[in-house]
Design a protein around this ligand. Structure first.
Ligand SMILES: Nc1ncnc2c1ncn2[C@@H]1O[C@H](COP(=O)(O)OP(=O)(O)OP(=O)(O)O)[C@@H](O)[C@H]1O
Ligand SMILES: [Mg+2]
Length: 763
């Protein structure tokens, strides 16, 4: 058996060298670019050797179990010598473990203290528990026990065992080669084969950067726009087609070809992750380039900047990214032409905080960093007899646009907007004044840790820049805070220069992970990723993006039998892991897929319980948002596995319908909030539905609060309970009011159901 294993290892290593050789030839192809050598020298000053000499994180090495039938060769050893005395054997083995010389020898072969210990424990167990050892090992041990051999003679057998349980010890150099991310510019031979011109449109928000880049895009014979959000891609797609330049739309979940026959147009508006790095274009636009430093999505900007195959690349973003982009372009030998812009409308920081919602004025936008604050504030605004629109990240695009339209419409009574920083990029809103409800935002840092931290200057400027938009009715923008204490902090944040960008994100490719899997066939995908990241060598200009979400999904579907490529694709699906329903759907999709059973429209409808009723409270609304995400996941997968997700068109239809239902729900959001409050106030339902109202005062005080972050506390500050507490409302009166509200709620609910039914009939 051990002979077979040797042959197997040999043939594997043979193929292994073939794989590596082919990698090398890919790298060689990229030397086509004449100036590469010169700029490699320039960039070499950034090359950090820290990662190559950095000690390997061996805690990621998961030991494999050595099966007895793989190593035993019968009782030959016993027949040649005699049975081993186990207590003597134990003494010999423990002595071997303690020998410094052995530890040093093992370290030379890649076994640090942790691995040495793990390998020894496994080896000792194997030796002591095995009924019959391999003849050679049996004879050596027998000799040592009777004083005829030296204890160090165990070492080769120990090492053989160690390599069986830690196969990566045998191929660590190959793994290092595969995970060498030091020259990412070489990953894009098509882009390196042409000389590109880089034009950087730099300036503050609302200075016309995107506008000017798009003007050039529209005059080109062909072009691609790469934006950070679906809504921005949609906006450019519409703008381009409206100005008579046929333009297709490509996002993860949607492809719209303007040509009725489905031929591609010369122009494409796409989300940045979806842009092609092999199609040639005359002009490419990369919007919001400062996102290149984003801990999770930065890799997509790096890929676009290094890989887009266009004669002119127009990059739009903060001036803080100019030096960095110029430096990155040294590695490709491309010059950067910088166009600087100034804000198109004046913008000022107020000297007064708003302090109370009684002081709101038309055109105000209150920015919160969590959804519960949105609910609580919109409810309080309603109590004051005002209407408000709400926009937050998890709303479907149609609902966001409908809310934006309502707020922008001068004839609509809704003049206040309550939003998360989801408005920070993309939507065109008629905002006169931005009011920061808080300056503390939950985030994930580069190590993947959750933090509550004061917003950065860049984030504050991005959000504040929404006020007094050039194209809006307000020709001047103002920014302030809700709390008096926050105003000096905001001034300090806005007064600071934006931190210059220093590194760009990178992400392992499917091919690299496939090669890792080839070497470590027993490792889980999540473990492969961990080892990859631990071994990866990056140039000082780059960092490896946080891939926790990928690993989270990989762990979730580890037990489902899928081939590596499909598993990898599933794990790159952009899903919100905080949504339990989305996660369980993901799991169900993967399971159905693994059974080779196509996920039909009827199957999806059964899964999401379609048709769905309009939301009656916030819990319903949150669920509908999750269902919308699940349908998005279906559409996303349908572009990667068309045969298995065959009903994208039908799914898209119900997703649009669902967007409509959510739109109606959000239009009446304060009614939903009220219903939720009522349900949590009533003793029968208190445990089933509860709308947490956040006491954000602790968060607001969080200036520089990296080390003093607090989880928000849940307090019942509903208006009704406050009125009862203050003696302004009796319990009897409250019950009477609740009954009336419930009646009103069900009447309204019925109305929207019948409206919806009518709509469906029409279809
Ligand atoms: N020269 C111009 N003529 C007409 N409209 C313009 C002009 N420049 C900018 N605009 C309009 O002003 C608004 C702001 O411009 P744009 O979106 O290009 O700003 P930006 O600098 O990209 O802002 P942000 O950093 O927020 O993305 C847009 O509605 C745009 O169409
Ligand atoms: Mg812009």
């Amino acid at each position: 058996m051990s002979v077979h294993r040797c042959v197997y290892l040999l043939s594997r290593s043979h193929i292994r060298y073939r794989v590596c050789a082919s990698t090398a030839s890919v790298a060689n192809n990229t030397t086509l670019h004449p100036t590469r050598r010169t700029f490699e020298n320039l960039s070499s000053r950034h090359s950090s050797s820290y990662s190559s000499s950095r000690p390997l994180d061996t805690s990621l090495f998961v030991p494999l179990t050595v099966r007895s039938d793989e190593v035993s060769s019968g009782a030959v050893g016993e027949e040649l010598t005699e049975p081993l005395d186990k207590s003597e054997l134990l003494k010999v083995l423990n002595k071997f473990y303690k020998r410094k010389e052995m530890q040093k020898l093992a370290a030379d072969q890649g076994l640090d203290a942790r691995l040495f210990h793990q390998a020894f424990v496994s080896f000792r167990k194997y030796v002591l528990e095995m009924n019959s050892l391999n003849a050679d090992l049996h004879i050596i041990l027998s000799d040592i026990c009777c004083g005829a051999g030296h204890i160090d003679d165990i070492f080769p057998y120990f090492m053989r065992h160690a390599k069986q349980i830690f196969p990566m010890l045998d191929c660590i150099d190959d793994l290092r080669k595969i995970s060498d991310l030091r020259v990412p510019a070489n990953w894009y031979p098509e882009a390196r084969a042409i000389q590109r011109k880089i034009v950087f449109h730099a300036g503050p928000t609302n200075s016309g950067k995107t506008y000017h880049a798009i003007q050039r895009f529209l005059t080109a014979k062909s072009g691609v726009y790469c934006g950070p959000l679906k809504l921005l891609a949609h906006e450019i797609y519409e703008k381009s087609n409206d100005s008579g330049v046929p333009c297709d739309l490509v996002t993860g979940e949607e492809r719209i070809f303007v040509d009725p026959e489905g031929r591609t147009s010369g122009h494409i508006a796409s989300t940045i992750e979806m842009c092609s790095v092999t199609t040639p274009y005359e002009v490419a636009v990369i919007d919001e380039i400062q996102m290149i430093k984003d801990p999770t999505r930065g890799w997509a900007w790096t890929r676009a900047l290094l890989g887009l195959c266009a004669e002119e690349i127009h990059v739009c973003g903060e001036a803080a990214a100019v030096d960095f982009v110029t430096e990155l372009m040294y590695t490709t030998g491309e010059e950067v032409e910088v166009h600087n812009y100034k804000r198109l409308t004046p913008f000022s920081v107020s000297n007064h905080a708003v302090e109370s919602l009684d002081n709101l004025k038309p055109g105000d936008c209150i920015v919160c960093f969590n959804k519960n604050d949105i609910y609580s504030i919109s409810r309080q605004i309603e109590v004051r007899g005002l209407e408000c629109a709400v926009i937050y990240g998890s709303l479907p695009p149609g609902t966001k646009l409908a809310q934006a339209k309502k707020f922008n419409d001068p004839d609509d009574p809704c003049k206040i907007l309550v939003a998360t920083d989801a408005i920070g990029m993309g939507l065109n809103l008629s905002i006169r004044r931005i009011i920061f409800n808080s300056l503390v935002k939950p985030s994930v840092n580069e190590k993947g840790e959750r933090e509550l931290d004061t917003i950065s200057t860049s984030q504050a400027l991005q959000i504040a820049g929404r006020a007094g938009r050039f194209s809006s009715v307000f020709k001047e923008g103002e920014v302030t805070t809700m709390q008096r204490d926050d105003l000096p902090v905001l001034k300090e944040i806005l007064g600071k220069p934006v931190d210059p960008i220093e590194t760009a994100g990178l992400h392992p490719t499917a091919e690299q992970i496939e090669m890792f899997a080839y070497h470590l066939p027993q490792a889980t995908l999540s473990n492969l990723i961990d080892i990859f990241v631990s071994l990866a060598q990056v140039d000082g200009l780059y960092f490896v993006c946080n891939i926790d979400d990928f690993k989270f999904l990989a762990d979730m579907i580890q037990h489902i039998p899928l081939n590596l490529r499909s598993r990898y694709v599933f794990c790159t699906a952009p899903i919100n892991k905080k949504q339990a329903f989305v996660c369980t759907s993901f799991l169900k999709f993967a399971r159905q897929f693994s059974r080779d059973e196509p996920l039909t429209f009827n199957w999806v409808c059964r899964h999401v319980n379609w048709p769905l009723a309009p939301p009656k409270n916030i819990k319903d609304l949150v669920h509908l948002e999750a269902v919308h995400d699940v349908l998005d996941l279906y559409l996303w997968l349908s572009y990667r596995f068309m045969d298995m997700f065959p009903d994208a068109n039908l799914v898209r239809d119900i997703q649009k319908e669902l967007d409509g239902i959510i739109q109606v729900g959000v239009r009446n959001i304060t009614r939903l909030i009220r219903a939720t409050e009522d349900q949590s106030a009533s003793p029968e339902t208190a445990t089933s539905v509860r709308l947490p109202v956040l006491d954000t005062s602790s968060l607001r005080r969080g200036r520089g609060s990296k080390n003093q972050r607090k989880e928000p506390s849940v307090t019942d500050s509903s208006l009704s309970s406050r009125l009862v507490q203050d003696g302004l409302l009796t319990k009897e009166l409250l019950q009477q009011l609740q009954k009336e509200w419930v009646r009103e709620q069900s009447r309204n609910g019925d109305d929207s159901i019948s409206a919806n039914k009518g709509k469906r009939k029409k279809k």
